[in-house]
Design a protein around this ligand. Sequence first.
Ligand SMILES: [Cu+2]
Length: 160
Amino acid sequence: MTLRRLAATLLLGALAAAPAHAGSIIEVMHPWARPTIPNRPGVAYFGIHNHGATADRLIGARAAGVGKIELHQATQTDGIMSMAPVDALEIPAGGMAHLGPGGFHLMMFGIDPPLKAGDTLEMILIFESAGEVAITVPVSKTMGEPKHHGEGHQHGATGN
Ligand SMILES: [Cu+2]
């Protein structure tokens, strides 16, 4: 009995110590960033799917070659577009969140060197529960599918 309990305890311990595969709980879809010009901020967009049983929140991001990344929300009031930093973006359990033109986006400051179409940017997204999730962000003038993701792959939703 004691041995079985010990074995069960060890098994639980092993499960608890297993590395968290954040990428399998948080799935980032169709990331892209616009090309930038020197000394101007850039933007990055993507969709986030939360496969977990609890809500999570995107609370930060960083990337080599980028001084600072802020989460922003663009809003339109009386036809005037403005944007402001927000602390976090919630992704509901089993749900999605979208970053896209006219809505939430990552604002990148201090980009050196500037991003050119065809470049890729290695970025770390920081989630409150899932922790750090590494993504590769293609630089493109439009949301059009990056070639290396294969032709004919469909968007499940548009990020407006
Ligand atoms: Cu912004």
